[in-house]
Design a protein around this ligand. Sequence first.
Ligand code: PLP
Length: 411
Amino acid sequence: MINTSDLSVKLIEEVREEYGSPVYVFDEGAFKENYHNLQETFQSYYPKYRIAYSYKTNYTPYICKKVLEYGGLAEVVSDFEYYVAKTVGYKDRDIVYNGPYKQESWKELIENDGILNVDNIQEAKRLFEYIKSNPDKEFGVGIRINIDAGQGYISRFGIEPYSEDFKYIIKEIQETGNLYLKGIHCHIGQSRGIERWQARVTEMLTLADALFMDDPPEYIDLGSGMFGDMEPVFRAQFNGGVPSYEEYARVVAKEVADHYKDETDDKKPWLYTEPGATLISRYIWLISTVISYKEVRGRKIAGLDCSFFNAGETVRYKRLPFHAFNQSQKYKEADFAGYTCLEDDILTTDYEGFFDIGDPVVIGNTGGYSLVFKPPFIQPDIPMVALREDDTLHLIKKGQTFQGILSDYYI
Ligand SMILES: Cc1ncc(COP(=O)(O)O)c(C=O)c1O
């Protein structure tokens, strides 16, 4: 896997020349390798494991289609994301629909044996009404469980086990002739450490045993929040350490395998996780250009033609891999600021290398929660090219146009 500072200058210049700046580059070969590493590591402990790619992290259709080709599920949380999944060719049975606000598509999904995880009681009531009005068909649903895995906050998602809402839902499922409980789901944000995963899997297996006394569930979906593979400069900032896929698989997939070791293969539940950042963050680079330089009371500030919105949310908490590909060594050391009028639009502070106006700057780890979070604030969004496995470049997302943005407004 290439590190940001080792990218080929020839490639960067080719991309800038053909597609302009700023621009994203999706490294297709490295994305595929990481995907298969994760999948194969989990499958080596528990073969009935499948990845459900989290669309909210980056729903670029070209990337979603790659996941479809690799045999992954689509994890969606809105009718819009469901539409993306269907547009790239997903069948409902390979779509997991989560989230606190599902609009209309859940009906089509459950009609066709898709995976629906109910988040709240109002959603459950709507679902029961729909199922009762379609008595000739059998439906299966899952529940998002609100678990306490020691994360230190009360999540707003899912239903607390054994609460009144939970008991009501289970009772309704048992009493509705054409409905059965298909599986259970959880996800805990900001909990990437191995102990949190250990707690998550233990809680969920205990609950699975209590809820599915005859046969195991069809699936146990443990959500996401694993660290992915990282560049050394980025990894070094995580003081608590960054577990490998092997370490995650040993506490998650192995535990599930041990738990169901006496079941026949067809009875063992599917194990899903829903990686987003884990799969995509490292494999998209943001190429940008230095447009200005100034010194203000000793502070050195370089301006870039991109903004922190393009780099994504992680840039606000950590130093992303950042490298200026310098030819002239004119300036040295600076804070690099984005094009917006926000004081905190800073892409990196105290960069130590050389640079000059017009130099390309590459920011790594910009694949997750970047373009999906980019508002049309001050400037339209930027294009993305795929660096394919045969080293050719291919445009996979056009830059937004002024006209495109204004087309939503009445003048
Ligand atoms: C239900 C669910 N699944 C998966 C994800 C993806 O998590 P990550 O990007 O940390 O892998 C999220 C992120 O918020 C989520 O809410």
